[in-house]
Design a protein around this ligand. Structure first.
Ligand code: PGA
Length: 257
């Protein structure tokens, strides 16, 4: 089964509302019309919360989708600084990134809270980009697969096979994020294949075949083609290179079928 590639930009804590709108305008200008062809990948951008409204306005008339970078699991309540799924839905976003390693590393995110966020987002009708990945120490200890399995099983606990349709996984080795170090094509493919096999056991082989698994971690125009050519790599979750229109457009072009 052919899976349509997805190129997703994670803007992290970058770009104000006006800067975000400008980046979308630059992307539109850089698109030669072939961005709308059937061979084009799905394109998603995930700006900071305060930039989302301006970006939603700027992408009107384009196929670019807009997501958030996190969501709380409660519908509302005394959770200072948090944003609920209902708020995101009313704003008009379609996707939300959950469990990014920066949230796990700097903000105490655990597999348990990731799972709660995933379930709340799905229940509200959002599509989820679920991030998983091992640290350098874990890779060096040879426990990459064990860590990935623990994250996938825990983060997707109580998620049904039907709900899996609304999940995209992003394998992001922590040691490759923002470091300029990319996993080799083979290292990435090996983990992606492992994740797909695991999903096959947790759900069914056919369900696993349909799930898109993105690679993330210093993906850029220079290394994208090799990664995207791997059989189990279905796109990219891109940080740094998503902030420059020319680079992001080059990644969209690299993902064309
Ligand atoms: P990077 O970030 O492309 O800057 O390494 C990827 C990510 O954190 O999603």
């Amino acid at each position: 089964m052919a899976r349509r590639k997805l190129i997703a930009g994670n803007w992290k804590m970058n770009l104000t509302a006006s800067e975000g709108a400008k980046l979308i305008a630059d992307l539109k200008a850089a698109c030669d019309g072939s961005c709308k062809c059937d061979c084009a990948p799905e394109v998603l951008v995930c700006p900071p919360f305060t930039t989302i409204a301006a970006v939603l306005e700027a992408v009107k008339g384009t196929p670019i989708e807009v997501g958030a970078q996190n969501v709380h699991w409660a519908e509302n309540g005394a959770y200072t600084g948090e944003i609920s799924a209902k708020m995101l839905v009313e704003l008009g976003v379609s996707h939300v990134i959950i469990g990014h390693s920066e949230r796990r590393q700097y903000f105490g995110e655990t597999d348990e809270t990731v799972n709660q966020r995933v379930k709340a987002a799905l229940a509200a009708g959002l599509k989820v980009v679920l991030c998983i990945g091992e640290t350098l120490t874990e890779r060096e200890k040879g426990v990459t697969n064990a860590i990935i399995e623990k994250q996938v099983r825990w983060d997707l606990a109580d998620v049904s096979a039907e709900q899996l349709d609304n999940i995209v996984l992003a394998y992001e080795p922590v040691w490759a994020i923002g470091t300029g170090k990319t996993a080799t094509n083979e290292q990435a493919q090996e983990v992606h294949a492992f994740i797909r096999e695991l999903l096959g056991k947790m759900y069914c082989p056919k369900c696993a075949e349909a799930v898109r698994i993105l690679y993330g971690g210093s993906m850029k125009p220079a290394n994208a083609a090799g990664l995207l050519a791997q059989p189990d790599i279905d796109g990219g979750l891109i940080g740094g290179a998503a902030l420059k229109a020319a680079d992001f457009m080059a990644l969209i072009q690299a993902a064309k079928a």
